[in-house]
Structure formats: structure tokens, C-alpha cells
Design a protein around this ligand. Structure first.
Ligand code: GCU
Length: 589
């Protein structure tokens, strides 16, 4: 694989932080010496916000950092990249405002070329605001909205003749599998580039695919084209891969990589290289036989997961993220719903490498605002999610929302438009939506795939499991592609009852044994319903909800199968492990 030609530096360390709004804090000479020293990923709620009672800080926080970009970056376009700030971020460099990003979960970047002084001290200032904003989804949801720069920050220098950086935060290289058979695969590579030199250029684009060992197995070199100064240009080329090795879920998550080089045709020198993961697979959903991967039915034994952790909030480290995947692997999970939002890039990298089938979604939770600004923001978050994550083979489903409380015109029109945007952006994947009102309500019919959040045995104690519901819906509408997007029950690890039986009270008494019972009953019914395209436990991990006080814990949702600090695997974890893996529980040496 051609090595990257970009110059990238981490800007994670050496920030000053104040949890308040301060007029003029963007000014380069502002005195921040009394502020605390922090590194990002950082959140201002991790330690003091999780005590319940809706009392955590939702407001403005400021971050400032001095740094000296190397003089060797001269001649490059300089992009300041934020992987995630919750939820509205305003960014300045040396007092010059670069822009604002609205939305807490997508990455974003600004062109800082004309504001940065190379080889000299510069000041980046960020105002982050985690209050609810009337035009930004989610307006409300059952989780804590941690505030701050909670993912990485970096600066990347790119040649002015290169892959485009301003594309909704996406990589600028998009891989579309056009055909796949045992004999060959054909992948269409779209490269969005630009010529930011002050003069015209002659360019070639070379796309190569390498196998897992780095051996090039397919290549396409474009004809030379002339590009005027300050012009964007797209190149579409096809790479053929003989005898493809498929990405096949956990059994064999085989990855190729695809690289695109932008070559100055006058000198023959490559100016920019972008490398992306490539997994070749066929995924489909049938209303009677469920999900198939590479032509074989694959039961999606799924879980939902948030992105938080005790004492870290959303500022989850790479090691913690790996530990979460280790726990899911141990339990035999093969499908993940990143409820209720786009998560960090390394979540999708881990899912690609470990063979998870992923449903990822935008945070359109509970309600919409009937305004043009809200609709535009929802569309923006959808495009960011799709472009930024387009090349991850693990992602099979794009989620357009969760549990809208009312099925009014504004909600239905927005869901309809979001489903249409998914089709326009990515014809290779399916859209889905997690519903909880009326099984045939229009809200559940806009996306390609229907899915339902059902809490039999918990919020709904009319039956002990979802089997009868699923059969009824399937019989009423045999063409509807149905999944169970959430099911579960609260489980406290310090409340116990030997023979728990319904009715339970969902507010205070959450014996762990009752959670296990709900899962045993549910799974016994789900495992025989082959028409379901997936089932997803709510939730793999306990997670922070500041407004909740339930079971023995304040500020948590305790429906996880593992505790918030990951120290206890609850009984229901062991139950699923017994169902979903062949690993013996006891090793006798
Ligand atoms: C919902 C919802 C989740 C929530 C869960 C619960 O229906 O989609 O965000 O946390 O149920 O109440 O535990």
C-alpha cells in the first residue's frame, strides 16, 4: 500500500479548560492561566454529573490550546479536525472564527490554512455547549448528554492537489461494491478531489486494492485530465478483484484495503493518498427468512450499546472500547446497534476487524421540531454519518431514528425524507427505524426495514415475551421485514429475589434474577422466529441517564447485562453466553 503523504499531528494534549462562558476567551492574548489543564478526549460531566436528579451541568465550556505547527507544513492545506464535540462547537484560530458545528456525534473539520502561522505560537479556542438546542437532534432522550471535546483533535496538512477534505467530514474516497461472485468482485471507487493550487494541473488518479497481506490484487489508473485552478473534480473508476475473499461476519471478517493516489501527471509524483478498509460481502433481508450474509442466513444475535463509561462519560479511551468488544465477543454477540447515534471511528474499525454486523443511526430520538432548521440539521447529521462511515463493511443498516412519540405530519415527512436520503446516498445498504407506537403506524413504514422496541415483562407486562406479538405482526403483514430493536429489563446487582415473578415495579425494585427471567423467556421465543431479521438486547452495558433513579443506582439505566464500570457480568450475560457460544463455562485443568 502506498504510505500516507499527509502530515498529521495530534492536538489532544495541553488544553486549558473552564466550565463556564467567558466573554472574549477566543482572543489570542486572553489570560487562561487560572483554567484547569486537561487533555482531550475530555468531558466536564464525568465525575460530578452522574448522581441522578437532572442536575448535571448543561451549558458552555471553553477550551484553549497554544501550539506551534511545524514550518515544514508550508504549502499544504491545513485542516483542523474534531472527532466529536457535544453538541454545538464554535472554533477560532488566533481570534479568527473558523466556524460552528451543530451536532454532538459526527466528526467535523475546518480549513485553517489562512489563519495558522507556521513555526510560531498559535491559539485554538473552542466554545462547546451541551444545552438542548431547538434545531439539533436529539431534543430529548434517555441518556446523559455529556459536554465537551469528548473525542480526538488533530491537524492534518494535505497537498493542495489532493482528496477533498470538506465533504461532510468524509474521507473523500467512497467504495461501492458493484458485483461479487466466487470468480471476481468489482468495486467502483469514487474519489472527490480538488486542485487548490493557484494554477491548472494535469492529474491522474490511481486506485489499488491490496489483500490482507498487503499484496496488490486489483488496480485502475485513470486517464490524465486537466484541472483548472481552484476546481473540484470527481473520478469514478472500477477495480476488479479476482477470486475475492469475502468478509464473512465473525467466522471470517476478511479485510482488503483500497488506496487512492492523486498523481501530478507532469512529474509523475503522487501528491495525496487515502487508504480505506474494504470488505466484500452480500447482505440482504427477506421478510420470511430474515438476514442473510453471503447467501446464507445469519441470525443476528445483537445488542445495543451506548458510548459511555464510569468516570469517563463519553470520553471513552481506545482500551476501554476494546474491552467492551472483548465482553461482547465473550458473550457471543455478532450484531451491534450503536443506539442512539454515530459513535467514534474506532468502534466501526473494531466492528470491521471482528466481524460484527452494525446498525448505526442518527440521534433522532423521541420528537422532532417542525422547523426548516431542525430538518436541515437532521439531514446534515445523516449525511455526516453516511459519508464518514461509508467504507466500513461492518455497517449493514443506516438508522433514521428511534421511538418518535407522535406520528404527526412533521415526524412522518421527516422520516420519509431521511429514508429517501439514505437511498440517494447509499443504494448498497438498507435504512431502518426503531418504533414503539402502533405496529403498523406510518412511522414504522418509511425505512426499508421495520424494527420495534418491545419491553414484554417490563414496561409491558401483558405477556412474558415477544413471541406472540411477532407472530401476530408477521401474519398481518407477511411482507414486512421485522426486527426486535430493543428488549430487556432492569437488573440490579445488589437486589435479589429467589423466585421473582411479575408484576414487578419498574421504578425501584430491579432484582437481577427477574432480568434474567425476562431474557430467558424472551430468547426462548425469539430463537425460533426465523422471519425476524435481527434481535437486539437493551442494553449490553448499564449507561448514564442523569434523570433516572431506579434499582439501587441513581443516574443510571440498569438494563445492561454488564455494569457501568464493567466489573460485573450479570446473570443474564452468562445466560446469553450459554446460548450464543460454544465456550465451556468451566475449565478443568
Ligand atoms: C427506550 C429507548 C431507550 C431507553 C429504553 C429504556 O424505549 O429507545 O433509549 O433507554 O427504552 O427505557 O430503558
Amino acid at each position: 500500500m502506498p504510505p500516507s503523504l499527509r502530515a498529521s499531528v495530534s492536538l489532544d494534549s495541553g488544553w486549558r479548560f473552564l466550565r463556564a462562558d467567558v466573554p472574549g476567551a477566543e482572543a489570542p492574548l486572553f489570560n487562561d492561566s487560572s483554567w484547569s489543564s486537561v487533555s482531550v478526549p475530555h468531558t466536564w460531566n464525568a465525575l460530578d454529573g452522574q448522581d441522578g436528579g437532572s442536575n448535571y451541568y448543561r451549558g458552555i465550556g471553553w477550551y484553549r490550546k497554544h501550539f506551534t505547527p511545524a514550518a515544514s507544513l508550508a504549502g499544504r492545506r491545513l485542516w483542523l479536525q474534531f472527532d466529536g464535540v457535544n453538541q454545538v462547537a464554535d472554533v477560532w484560530v488566533n481570534g479568527v472564527r473558523l466556524g460552528q458545528h451543530r451536532g454532538g456525534f459526527a466528526g467535523f473539520r475546518f480549513d485553517a490554512t489562512s489563519s495558522l502561522k507556521l513555526g510560531q505560537d498559535n491559539v485554538v479556542a473552542v466554545k462547546a455547549d451541551n444545552r438542548a438546542a431547538a434545531d439539533v437532534a436529539p431534543l430529548s432522550a434517555d441518556f446523559t448528554f455529556f459536554g465537551g471535546i469528548y473525542r480526538h483533535v488533530s491537524l492534518t496538512g494535505v497537498d493542495p492537489l489532493g482528496v477533498r477534505m470538506g465533504d461532510y467530514g468524509g474521507p473523500g474516497v467512497y467504495l461501492r461494491q458493484r458485483s461479487l461472485s466466487d470468480a471476481s468482485a468489482s468495486v467502483e471507487v469514487t474519489t472527490r478531489s480538488w486542485n487548490n493550487r493557484g494554477s491548472a494541473a494535469r492529474v491522474r488518479v490511481r486506485a489499488v486494492v491490496a489483500d490482507h497481506a498487503g499484496v496488490v490484487v486489483g488496480e485502475s489508473v485513470s486517464a490524465v485530465r486537466s484541472v483548472n485552478a481552484a476546481t473540484g473534480f470527481d473520478t469514478v473508476q472500477t477495480v476488479t478483484i479476482p477470486r475475492p475473499h469475502r468478509w464473512n461476519s465473525k467466522a471470517d471478517p476478511y479485510l482488503y484495503s483500497a488506496s487512492v493516489e492523486i498523481i501530478d501527471a507532469d512529474t509523475g509524483v503522487a501528491k495525496d493518498v487515502v487508504t480505506q478498509p474494504l470488505g466484500l460481502r452480500l447482505a440482504s433481508v427477506d421478510a420470511s427468512s430474515g438476514f442473510s450474509l453471503n447467501g446464507k442466513r445469519l441470525r443476528l444475535n445483537g445488542v445495543n450499546a451506548h458510548q459511555d463509561r464510569q468516570n469517563a462519560g463519553w470520553a471513552v479511551s481506545a482500551d476501554q472500547q476494546r474491552e467492551d468488544f472483548d465482553l461482547m465477543d465473550e458473550m457471543g454477540v455478532n450484531a451491534l446497534r450503536t443506539a442512539h447515534y454515530q459513535q467514534a471511528a474506532n468502534v466501526y474499525d473494531l466492528a470491521d476487524a471482528r466481524g460484527y454486523v452494525v446498525w448505526t443511526e442518527i440521534p433522532l430520538v423521541n420528537e422532532v421540531a417542525d422547523t426548516a432548521a431542525f430538518r436541515a440539521n437532521a439531514q446534515q447529521q445523516l449525511l455526516e454519518m453516511i459519508r464518514q462511515n461509508f467504507n466500513h463493511p461492518s455497517i449493514a443498516f443506516w438508522g433514521i431514528g428511534n421511538e418518535q412519540k407522535t406520528s404527526n405530519t412533521a415526524t412522518n415527512n421527516l422520516l420519509r425524507d431521511l429514508a429517501a436520503s439514505v437511498r440517494a446516498e447509499d443504494s448498497g445498504r438498507l435504512s431502518t427505524y426503531a418504533s414503539h407506537i402502533g405496529d403498523l403506524d406510518p412511522v414504522s413504514s418509511h425505512a426499508d426495514l421495520a424494527a420495534y422496541n418491545k419491553y414484554y415483562g417490563w414496561y409491558d407486562q401483558s405477556s412474558t415475551g415477544p413471541g406472540a406479538w411477532a407472530d401476530r405482526l408477521h401474519a398481518r403483514d407477511p411482507l414486512r421485514k421485522i426486527a426486535l430493536s430493543e428488549y430487556g429489563a432492569g437488573g440490579s446487582v445488589v437486589q435479589h429475589e429467589e423466585n421473582p415473578s411479575p408484576p414487578v415495579t419498574t421504578s425501584r425494585w430491579h432484582p437481577e434474577e427477574y432480568q434474567t427471567l425476562v431474557h430467558e423467556n424472551s430468547w426462548a421465543q425469539l430463537k425460533t422466529r426465523d422471519f425476524l431479521w435481527g434481535t437486539f438486547v437493551w442494553n449490553m452495558f448499564d449507561f448514564a441517564v442523569d434523570s433516572r433513579s431506579e434499582g439501587d443506582t441513581l443516574g443510571r439505566n440498569d438494563k445492561g447485562l454488564v455494569t457501568y464500570d464493567r466489573s460485573v457480568r450479570k446473570d443474564a450475560f452468562w445466560f446469553y453466553k450459554s446460548q450464543w457460544t460454544d465456550t465451556p463455562f468451566v475449565h478443568l485443568n
